[in-house]
Design a protein around this ligand. Structure first.
Ligand code: 6PG
Length: 240
């Protein structure tokens, strides 16, 4: 694993730098395999990045968009990660509808929809049920509790090792989420973190020793590149 940690002076610089890294990773993936598979993060921090990407002209037919996790709400719900990314970015660009691969949330149960998306990933990547395909780029954030995607502290989802997609649990609220082994198979994982309130979580994530089941972002150790892009406020926690 190659780890890159950058602390940017402010939020505007964080968004500009993350945009440039994302654009570079998209180009590298297309040169490598003729397409790019990009999984998006939810929450508030990446929204200005998606808005910045909306003004970029990209080879849309070669870009496939997925989500690392989703709230178990309808696709047009204000809390939907899919809805946020569509409104901020995807609705404004000429990407084929078939290149957008949202997590289903309209089936009979979260478990059924997690299995459905697991199978959808298998079909898309052409791999067997027990295999973990390699995403080109997975964007992640962290919560104040050091959760990432919908992998929350001391939840069952953290232990899932035989599936690509599982059900997350945020205080009893179901979520659909990529599993740790799927995320760690990625070519590149990029964390985007902003704000002083994230300092305690970052301090534990970057600590020499801390329990990964209490601080789940510690479980993210991809076989490829791991980028941490932090703004000044968040970055105070990792400055030596
Ligand atoms: C979600 C996310 C989640 C998010 C963190 C940080 O669906 O909520 O995928 O993991 O990245 O909760 O959220 P903020 O960026 O809003 O602080």
């Amino acid at each position: 694993m190659k780890k890159i940690v950058e602390v940017l002076p402010d939020q505007a610089a964080l968004i500009q730098r993350s945009r440039d890294v994302v654009l570079t990773k998209i180009q590298e993936a297309i040169q490598r395999s003729g397409r790019c598979t990009l999984a998006l993060a939810g929450g508030g921090t990446p929204k200005p990045l998606y808005e910045a990407l909306a003004s970029q002209d990209l080879p849309w037919d070669k870009l496939h968009i997925f989500w690392g996790d989703e709230r178990y709400v309808p696709a047009d719900h204000p809390d939907s990660n899919q809805a946020m990314a569509r409104q901020a970015w995807l609705d404004h660009v000429d990407i084929p509808a078939t290149n957008i691969h949202p997590m289903p949330t309209d089936g009979e149960s979260p478990e059924a929809d997690a299995s459905k998306h697991d199978a959808q990933l298998g079909d898309f990547f052409g791999v067997a049920p027990d295999q973990f395909p390699q995403f080109d780029l997975i964007l992640l954030g962290i919560g104040d509790d050091a959760h990432t995607a919908s992998l929350f502290p001391h939840t069952q989802a953290l232990q899932v090792g035989d599936r690509r997609v599982t059900v997350g649990n945020k205080d009893g609220q179901p979520r659909i989420t990529f599993t740790v082994p799927l995320i760690n198979q990625a070519h590149c994982v990029m964390f985007l973190v902003a704000g002083a309130q994230k300092q305690p979580a970052l301090a534990q994530i970057f600590a020499a020793d801390a329990d990964p089941f209490t601080y789940p972002a510690r479980l993210i150790q991809p076989q490829g590149e791991l980028w941490w892009l932090l703004d000044q406020q968040a970055g105070q926690a990792v400055k030596g």
